[in-house]
Design a protein around this ligand. Structure first.
Ligand SMILES: CC(C)(COP(=O)(O)OP(=O)(O)OC[C@H]1O[C@@H](n2cnc3c(N)ncnc32)[C@H](O)[C@@H]1OP(=O)(O)O)[C@@H](O)C(=O)NCCC(=O)NCCS
Length: 264
């Protein structure tokens, strides 16, 4: 089973005093990293991520004393729990209004959320043109092009692009690969018709998506594609697809707020 916790950061409004108290729970290295962000929204997302990590670990590994929760990072920046029980893994993502974390006791997992948005004066077509020959394979590009909902063809293509990007990020984050990886070496195929014409709502599926790296099909993966709201597509990647049999494989929890009490 995969545990998923989602916080709507924009709806979480701790007071300055609460924020100070919550920062006090974290190790100095995390506090330092959070304080370095220039924008308040980034600081908040990063604080949320650190706290959700601790909540998830406490939930999934109740036998672990809170004082023993030590998060380290690989050379590529992927966080992991020091002295974790074998098989345990987690990963998180924060973008736009949301922070999402996933954890599993038996498989490597990865997650990515993105807000579908454009800068001022940017159009969906202009934005997509930048990526036409960059990080997207010709096959993937054709899939994006096929997503043209009659009511808004540009935005449905943009949504398709962001869903594809989330797939690529969630997959590479599961593997803990680093920045600088050429996304063109990873190709996702989405079964014809699954995305065509849709502008947003995509349900969970696995058989509908396959991934190849450098032309070699990677078997055994499971990908859940969904939306946290109409502007935030997300993908959860699970390396061991066999775990995802039957219902209730994904346990979602909406976290509405976090206080110091939650960490005692
Ligand atoms: C570093 C990277 C994983 C960040 O992902 P992102 O989509 O920009 O941001 P997200 O919010 O989804 O994820 C950030 C979180 O992922 C985790 N993370 C960081 N490095 C990671 C890695 N190598 N693997 C897995 N997870 C990682 C961290 O928890 C981080 O949050 P934190 O620093 O607050 O703890 C990502 O940019 C990356 O390396 N991607 C692969 C290569 C690539 O992007 N190629 C295309 C270049 S245009």
């Amino acid at each position: 089973m995969i545990e998923v916790m989602v916080l709507h950061c924009a709806h979480w409004t701790p007071s300055p005093e609460e924020t100070m108290a919550l920062l006090g729970i974290l190790p100095a290295s995390d506090r330092e990293r959070i304080r370095k962000f220039h924008f308040e929204a980034d600081r908040k997302r990063s604080l949320a991520a650190c706290l959700l990590t601790r909540l998830l670990i406490r939930r999934m590994l109740p036998q672990l004393p809170p004082s023993d929760i030590a998060i380290e990072r690989t050379e590529h920046g992927r966080p992991f729990l020091r002295n974790a029980p074998q098989g345990f893994d987690f990963n998180l993502s924060h973008h736009g209004d949301f922070c999402i974390i996933v954890g599993c006791l038996q498989s490597r997992v990865g997650v990515d959320v993105m807000k579908v948005e454009l800068n001022a004066n940017e159009t969906a077509d202009k934005f997509l043109d930048i990526f036409r020959d960059f990080q997207v394979t010709p096959h993937e590009w054709r899939q994006i092009e096929a997503c043209r909902a009659p009511e808004d063809p540009s935005w449905s293509r943009l949504h398709a692009f962001f869903r594809l990007w989330c797939l690529k990020e969630a997959y590479t984050k599961t593997l803990g690969l680093g920045l600088g990886l050429d996304f063109k070496t990873i190709e996702f195929k989405v079964r014809d018709g699954v995305w065509s014409g849709r502008d947003g709502l995509v349900e969970a599926f696995d058989e509908d998506v396959s991934v190849s790296t450098n032309g070699v099909l990677q078997s055994g993966w499971y990908f859940h594609v969904g939306y946290l709201d109409t502007l935030h597509p997300f993908v959860i990647a699970v390396e061991n697809k066999d775990l995802m049999q039957g219902e209730d494989c994904l346990l979602f929890e909406k976290v509405l707020s976090m206080s110091v009490e939650d960490f005692k």
